[in-house]
Design a protein around this ligand. Structure first.
Ligand SMILES: [Zn+2]
Length: 326
């Protein structure tokens, strides 16, 4: 729904960190997978992971197209390797690759490197729903209780959704731009649906597709006579995409639970009209560059570049756009 906007500096730092982690931790184990593939005569597949450099390259694939292209190539190699082999060997090898890489991902996700990368990404809100905070913290402390030293590892982080699921795309299990920091609800919601039905958060957003929230019954709600209805609107060509987001992430149903927030926003927008803002601005001229900056603060309206810093920022922006553009 919202884009993860990473700067060139953030990408460089993330890539440095993942490269270091692969060299130190993952590659020695990937070498074992490579040996297994060679022994089972899956030579073409093994060629993709037979050097540290190649593995790092896979883990740094940085666009949706590159991730898909790589997967196509390795699928083709696997198919060629499978020719003339018995189906039990083909299945067993596929299962082995899947289990081993899934295991490697699990180990990575528990290491400091994963936490550090998430801290650099600074995705503070789930990009799929834009509702849940997804802060990352990890603090290790030790406390003396009596004679004993008790160590605590306090940690919290978003889940990593594999945009291209690790069950179908095992070689992308550690590719950092295949990992989307997300809330657990969305991670579960997306799990069984093909990835092509979703927008790739490192590149695409609802805004790019002209998909926006629209609220119905505005006047009725201000008069306390009608319930708010929240709908996602867009051109006809995007209706399937909206349906997919509603089916997997329950967007409209969940957003309708935010009636108190929406109602408050309607009142704020009504009360803090241009005249009221001008008058407040005159008292705080030194604090704000313009009346519109003050209005943004009062209404909590974020620009699209910063949507991933606060929950409901897309909804807020769309509602204010709807109310003030009529
Ligand atoms: Zn979410």
């Amino acid at each position: 729904m919202i884009k993860i906007n990473l700067t060139a500096e953030q990408r460089t730092e993330i890539e440095k960190m993942i490269t270091k982690d692969i060299k130190k931790n993952s590659y020695p184990e990937i070498e074992k997978i490579c040996n297994y593939l060679n022994d089972a005569n899956f030579i073409k597949t093994a060629e993709f992971i037979d050097t540290e450099e190649k593995v790092i390259k896979i883990c740094l694939l940085s666009s949706k197209t590159d991730l898909i292209d790589f997967q196509k190539k390795i699928n083709k190699a696997y198919e060629e390797d499978s020719k003339w082999k018995c189906s039990c060997l083909i299945d067993r090898t596929r299962e082995y690759i899947k289990d081993e890489l899934e295991n490697l991902y699990l180990k990575f996700s528990n290491r400091n490197a994963a936490y550090n990368i998430l801290r650099i990404m600074k995705v503070n809100v789930c990009p799929y729903c834009n509702r849940q905070y997804t802060f990352t913290i990890r603090t290790k402390t030790s406390k003396k209780i009596g004679e004993k030293i008790v160590k605590t590892d306090l940690k919290s982080r978003p889940e990593f959704d594999h945009f291209f699921p690790k069950s179908d795309y095992p070689f992308l299990a550690l590719s950092i731009y295949n990992l989307v920091p997300s809330c657990s609800l969305c991670n579960k919601g997306k799990s069984n649906t093909p990835s092509e039905n979703f927008l790739y958060p490192y590149e695409e957003s609802f805004g790019d597709k002209g998909i926006h929230f629209e609220i119905q019954n505005v006047i009725g709600n201000l008069l306390k006579q009608e319930e708010i209805i929240v709908k996602l609107q867009s051109a006809k060509k995007n209706q399937d995409l909206i349906k997919q987001y509603n089916d997997s992430f329950k967007i409209e149903s969940l957003y309708e639970q935010h009636v108190d927030y929406i109602s408050e926003l309607l009142y704020k927008n009504y009360i803090f009209n241009d005249e009221a803002i001008e008058s407040i601005y005159r008292s705080y001229e030194k604090l704000f560059k313009s009346p519109s900056e003050l209005k943004q603060l009062i209404l909590g309206n974020y620009k699209s570049d910063n949507f991933n810093q606060r929950p409901l920022s897309k909804l807020t922006n769309d509602i204010l756009h709807q109310l003030n553009c009529k």
